[in-house]
Structures are given as structure tokens and as C-alpha cells.
Design a protein around this ligand. Sequence first.
Ligand SMILES: [Cu+2]
Length: 397
Amino acid sequence: MKRQALAAIIASVFALAACGQQAAEKPAEQPAATAEASASAASTAEQSAAAETPAGELPVIDAIVTHAPEVPPAIDRDHPAKVRVKMETVEKTMKMADGVDYHYWTFNGDVPGQMIRVREGDTVEVEFSNHPSSTVPHNVDFHAATGPGGGAEATFTAPGRTSTFSFKALQAGLYIYHCAVAPVGMHIANGMYGLILVEPKEGLPKVDKEFYIVQGDFYTKGKYGAQGLQAFDMDKAVKEQPEYVVFNGHVGAIAGDNALKAKTGDTVRMYVGNGGPNLVSSFHVIGEIFDKVYVEGGKLINENVQSTIVPAGGAAIVEFKVDIPGSYTLVDHSIFRAFNKGALGQLKVEGEENPEIMTKKLSDTEYKPADAPAAAAASAPAAPAPAAEASAPQNAY
Ligand SMILES: [Cu+2]
């Protein structure tokens, strides 16, 4: 043992010495590391400079917040601010699907709650009101906040009351916020979640279109499509067997007449969250490849991705350029959720065709396999339509 430990120490000393020598002899070969080190030093300096400005002395601005699928405008400040955000929890009955109603619990009147966009280093001041008609207290846990409960205790608010608290957005990223009053699963299952984007200080690259999308799973007493007002089913929620899995709170919220829109040549960025409460999403856009994915909404960028995981209580940012006009279907690629539980959206793209990238069907002729008896082939019945297509809630493809 002792000999091994000693050998390891000697080896690491040699390794360190070798590193030092290399750095001293060949500084030109390490530009990235040096640049990174300086950037890191600058970033640390900025952070401490920002930290020196007390929140009370920051300029105060009101947050521009948006209902899905709209996204607040990019931050054009180069300095931190105190950003005031008003949140109101409201319990209200809304349409879940055609002929199906559900008594949602909401932030600011819909599911998801409004999208909030701040800058890394901002102080976020939250004015949190629970509507007098609410039946229970609500609160908010910001995954963008650092501190116990993400603000859940500070914002715990009875019906007809308003609470305030603030937190500093220390780390850039795309974060979920959600209600965290017990039973937590039930508050989330009723729709109490949304996204806050903490833009990096240097901002995000400019794109042509931005969309705000949050997936959620819903647990109703009646089966998918059962008509009328549907009550929450705790047993199905505990078993993680949702009747509905949807984007933006309702079947068809971003499909048909509500489809997202873009033009050929546009770069599209989607801020995708997953409120859960239970399911992990395999987010996919049929007919597109994500040029970039900010993995789990953080700093790591992956490229050329077909489907990306969006964890329950997590997020991802996806970007792609649309080249060909037509309808692109957004799905959770756990595919029965898409075609049988509602997890379908559409991005409709208008513009010029580009047959260099993809053609329309060029021909459709009879196929005569060499081994097929001529008579049998001639009398073969037409193939039936695939069952999945026939029963699809949306005309997806
Ligand atoms: Cu709640």
C-alpha cells in the first residue's frame, strides 16, 4: 500500500513538473487556456463589482413578462438592475381539450405561468399575490434562485394576501419555477409552473423567432377525451399514469389555428420547459435537427441533436434554422403521449421550396417484386391506413 501511495505521489509530482515546464516553454500553444483564465478572472472581477452594488442602489425596472408561446424581448442592458415581477396565483376552470374542462391552478391565469427574462446578476424582486377566490395557499420555488426552497417559504401566501421577497440571479440559464405548497405534486399537476430565463451577461446570439413552450402531464378521473369537467385523480398521479400530456397546458395550445409560425431561412429558438410533475420529455421536432441545444438549459451546448431530454422540473433551449416550408410537428417522442395524450404542437413555415435540400414526392408507380405471382399481385387489396394515423388527434404529418 505504502509503496503504491508513494509511487502515485512521485508520478503526480512528475506530471505537475511536466505541465509546468510545458507551460513555461510553449506558452504560444496554450492560447485557449490563457484566454479562458483571463476571461475567468475578468468574470470574477465583474462578479465582485456587481456584488459591490447593493440591491438597494440598483436601477429599478418592471419585468416584461409574456404568456406562452410569446417570449419577452432580449435584455439590452449592460448592467444589473432590480427587476420587479408581479405574480398572481388564480384557480380557474379552463378548457383542457374539446369538450373537456379542468379546474387549473395557475400563475397569472394560464398554464404555463408567464415567462420572465432577467440578466445574470440582476436582483429579482417578486410581489406574490394569491387571489382572494383561491381555496388554498400557494407559493413559488424558483430554480433560478440560490437558497433554501428557492423562495418557497418567503412566498407562502394565503388567499387574499400578498408577499414579497427578492433573490439574486447568480447563474445564467433557463429555469423552471413552480408552486411548492403541499401536496406539492398536486399543485404542479394542476398547472403551477413556468420558466424564467437568466440571460448571460454577454446576452444570447440573435435569432429570428423565439417561442416559449412548457410540457406538463395531467391526471383526470375520466379517460382521455371523457367529456365535461374533470377532477384531479391523485391515484393516477401517484402511479404516474397521466391521461393528458400537453404543451402549454391544453391539447392544441400550439397546434392548428394556434400553431407557431416562421418563414424559410428563419433561425428559431425554443425555450422548452417541463413542469412534470412526473414525466421526462423526449422533446423532438419532426423534420428538423436541432443545430444547437443548451443541454438542460445550462451552459453546455450540444450540436446536431434529434431529440433532447427535458427533465421534470427542468428545461432545454433548442435552436434550428428552417429551410423548407411546411408543417413541423413538435412532440414528446415517447410517442403514444403525442398521438394519444395530446403532446403535439406545430410550427408552420412559409416560404420558397428548396428541392436541393428536400424534394416533394417525385413519382409514385406500381411496384412488381420479381418473386410475386402476377395474378396475386394484381388482385391484392389496397393497404389499409396505419391505425396510428387514423386515430391521431391531430393531422400531424
Ligand atoms: Cu400552489
